[in-house]
Design a protein around this ligand. Structure first.
Ligand SMILES: Cc1cc2nc3c(=O)[nH]c(=O)nc-3n(C[C@H](O)[C@H](O)[C@H](O)COP(=O)(O)OP(=O)(O)OC[C@H]3O[C@@H](n4cnc5c(N)ncnc54)[C@H](O)[C@@H]3O)c2cc1C
Length: 314
């Protein structure tokens, strides 16, 4: 039986949340990426377990995404099943100064709801266009704060599909990484601890950070935010700019003139050009400064033809 029919038989009531041949450009903030064989948007942990168990048993590759705001999906797309944990799985509950929320909730929604409840601590996250799950995996952060400052517990499915949780320091949070970064666990929900404050003061801080973000980042163009991690003691954007790469373009992928730390898609850009530009920046910055930039953006899908330093030679 074809893959889609087999999965439909396991999940007969999910309607349009299960689709075949979905162009991933519609599911990533870069607006780049070829087709996913199957895309499924689960509404709860049980559905995740069902599809993950099927993939596990049949050896079908499973890729987990949130809002696709930190990924570059290859032009060939993604084989197997893409699990998009997003708006369909985004409930939250307040318990005193804590919030328990599903992995698919957007950080902006979470930060806004917390502010209305008079809970401070997520202002930094209000302008980060990711989900809670993606933000925990990345330890997303801005303006001196990060997820590590607020996350106290995370529930996930491990690689054997056993329900587990991490508490406090077990998260292994570091700069743009966590204990989830190099494994294939599926984050289901988390508990965050915030502090009481005046809602007006919280909203004022959110507005201030939003203004700062708008002033410095090319938010009107598709991107995945900062392309590279910040190298110790430096800023990636400044290094790129100092190497004369601001505005540098391959195809429709361009180093933003507004913020050289961002690569933007000028329209109908492709993953190969974007990846070539990333490799060119790495090469030139290393040659001119001796500093090795490490991508923050994660490469998803079929990239086999790419070696470590760019496209494999024919
Ligand atoms: C305009 C713009 C501004 C940005 N600003 C910032 C910023 O200030 N700070 C910052 O840190 N980042 C920033 N980012 C990057 C991005 O928004 C964050 O990294 C965000 O946390 C990614 O969340 P996501 O849901 O989009 O994850 P995705 O991009 O969908 O996925 C990222 C990684 O997390 C994994 N993942 C996602 N959900 C789950 C889950 N439930 N379980 C297991 N794994 C999962 C994916 O497999 C992938 O490896 C920005 C991006 C853009 C486009």
């Amino acid at each position: 039986m074809p893959l889609m029919e087999e999965i439909r038989a396991i999940l007969p009531h999910v309607g349009a949340r299960l689709q075949a041949d979905v162009v991933m450009a519609t599911r990533s903030t870069f607006q780049i990426g070829g087709p996913a064989d199957i895309l499924f948007e689960p509404a709860n942990a049980t559905e995740i377990e069902q599809i993950a168990a099927y993939c596990f048993e049949k050896g079908v590759p499973l890729t987990v995404l949130g809002n696709g705001s930190n990924v570059l999906v290859s032009d060939r797309g993604i084989r197997g099943v893409v699990l998009v944990i997003g708006d369909e799985m985004s409930e939250m509950t307040f318990i005193g100064t804590q919030i328990v929320a599903d992995a698919g909730i957007r950080l902006s929604t979470l930060a806004g709801a917390a502010a209305r409840q008079g809970l401070s601590g997520l202002e930094f996250a209000s302008g980060i266009p990711g989900t809670l799950g993606g933000a925990i995996l990345m330890n997303a952060g801005a303006y001196g704060q990060c997820m590590a400052d607020v996350v106290v517990l995370t529930e996930f499915l491990d690689e054997q599909l056993v329900h587990r949780s991490l508490v406090g320091a077990e998260h292994g949070f570091g700069y743009r990484c966590s204990a989830f970064s190099d494994r294939s666990a599926i984050i289901l929900r988390a508990c965050l601890k915030l502090q009481q404050d005046d809602p007006q003061a919280i909203f004022a801080r959110i507005a201030d950070l939003s203004l700062r973000r708008r002033a410095s980042q090319p938010l009107d163009m598709p991107s995945a935010g900062s392309t590279f991690k910040r190298p110790e003691g430096h800023f990636a954007g400044k290094l790129i700019s100092d190497c004369g790469l601001k505005g540098c373009r391959i195809g429709n992928a361009q180093v933003s003139e507004k913020h050289a730390g961002f690569i933007i898609n000028l329209g109908l850009g492709c993953a190969a050009d974007t990846r070539s530009l990333i490799e060119k920046i790495k090469r030139e910055v290393a040659e001119k400064t001796g500093i090795h930039l490490e991508p923050e953006v994660r490469f998803v899908g079929e990239w086999q033809e790419w070696g470590q330093d760019g496209p494999a030679k024919e």
